[in-house]
Design a protein around this ligand. Structure first.
Ligand code: FAD
Length: 377
């Protein structure tokens, strides 16, 4: 009897795994209740309610995405405690720190992009361990790293808000690897985007089973999966590509990462004068995380509060949509989660490193390892 491979999850990681197996003509079933996962858009398809920006280095995702507005550092308006300011003044005030920060981000970028290439064929945790430098960053608290690099002033004036925007988490709870993944955007163009999901799932649509997995039990030849309709599915090999929080609870994985949460409000209404930037970003003392102007004049408003004071920012605000991302992702911590759990089970997604491109690559990686093993046997 032919061996069976099951992918669980139809987000970016599951899609990547499925496309890779399909390309290699390896049969599989993809179990998912929906496509796209944390890439969710407004009804007109133009506003992203989940993942919303992509750096230019996201070469796999960019094959299926249309770039929108560039998030230009000079158009960002910073709000730190009672002060509001722009990026340009940093260059004049903090030139030595800026130089040290750029030196650190340039070095990080090189190491990080090499690590990412390795991840195509190697489990993410193993690839991270292979880089002494990145592994050290993973094990170093972000705050300690900032002090060692002597970049505290520039980070707490200009990077902290960007980190809060991208991670919904204060710097004190991050490791230096998380921090540098965001800090490196300082000299990489970053864009809003629209994902062409239909193009992405075109070749794999027919492999989908519309269901969700409620229970995974180890069996002699692999895993028995119990679905939400109580039917069972036997799998010789599984790629578990659900979000890391769900995956960790399905497998009862121990980890030390924390859950980042945020409320997203899609708001119609004019911004008050003092908040007139393309992007208003706040430091982590504030319940408001960021406000981003959309091309149709509406705004995305992110907050830690379920009931934010919108009148403080908008004239006559109307909420068109609200999502509570609970959790949005796991972040921080210093223990790596094994992407290859055993010879029958691979994890794919943002277990050790957040973001679309990392998740997509982890899906390719899990599939590549299965293809290699099938071809070798
Ligand atoms: C609000 C927010 C903003 C973000 N911003 C950005 C950003 O700007 N840039 C960026 O790069 N990243 C961003 N991210 C992170 C990015 O969205 C994720 O890293 C990425 O989408 C993870 O993809 P995934 O396939 O691993 O998981 P998911 O997208 O979560 O997909 C998981 C899939 O598994 C399915 N599933 C879940 N449970 C089961 C089950 N029991 N059985 C079967 N299927 C199941 C789900 O339906 C879904 O299809 C953001 C995330 C959030 C929430």
């Amino acid at each position: 009897m032919a061996e069976s491979t099951v992918i669980i999850g139809g987000g970016i990681a599951g899609i990547a795994a499925a496309r890779t197996l399909q390309h290699a003509e390896i049969p599989f079933t993809l179990v998912t209740p929906q496509w796209g996962g944390r890439i969710e858009t407004s009804q007109d398809g133009h506003t992203n309610y989940g993942a919303y920006i992509l750096p230019d280095t996201s070469r796999h995702i960019l094959q299926f995405a249309t770039k929108g507005r560039r998030i230009h550092p000079l158009k960002i308006h910073f709000h730190n405690k009672k002060k509001s300011y722009r990026f340009a003044s940093a260059i004049l005030k903090r030139e030595w720190e800026l130089w040290r920060l750029l030196k650190a981000t340039t070095y990080f970028q090189e190491e990080f992009l090499t690590f990412r290439d390795q991840c195509l064929t190697t489990p993410q945790d193993e690839a991270l361990r292979n880089s002494e430098y990145l592994f050290k960053l993973y094990n170093t608290p972000a705050e300690e790293w900032i002090q060692t690099k002597r970049i505290a002033n520039i980070v707490y004036e200009y990077i902290e808000e960007a980190v809060y925007m991208c991670t919904f988490t204060p710097i004190k709870d991050l490791n230096a690897f998380d921090l540098m993944q965001i800090a490196m955007y300082i000299d990489i163009p970053v864009f809003e985007f629209e994902l062409n999901l239909e193009d992405m799932i075109g070749p794999i649509k027919d492999y989908r089973l519309d269901a969700s997995v409620e229970l995974m039990e180890k069996s002699t030849s692999g895993y028995t999966l119990t679905l939400n309709d109580k039917n069972k599915l036997q799998a010789d090999r599984v790629i578990l590509a659900v979000d890391a929080a769900t995956g960790s609870s399905l497998l009862q994985l121990k980890h030390d990462r924390i859950e980042a949460k945020a409320h997203m409000f899609h708001v119609k209404g004019q911004l008050k004068e003092k908040h007139e930037g393309d992007l208003e970003i706040f430091n982590d003392d504030s319940p408001t995380i960021f406000i981003s102007r959309q091309e149709d004049g509406s705004h995305l408003f992110y907050s830690t509060s379920s009931n934010p004071e919108l009148d403080e920012f908008f004239i006559d605000p109307q909420v068109i949509a609200h999502r509570f991302w609970d959790p949005a992702f796991l972040i921080g911590g210093h223990q790596l989660i094994s992407m290859k759990q055993n010879n029958q089970l691979w994890l794919a997604g943002d277990y050790n490193a957040i973001g679309l491109e990392n998740s997509y690559i982890s899906g390719i990686s899990a599939a590549n390892q299965i293809i290699y093993e099938i071809k070798a046997s």
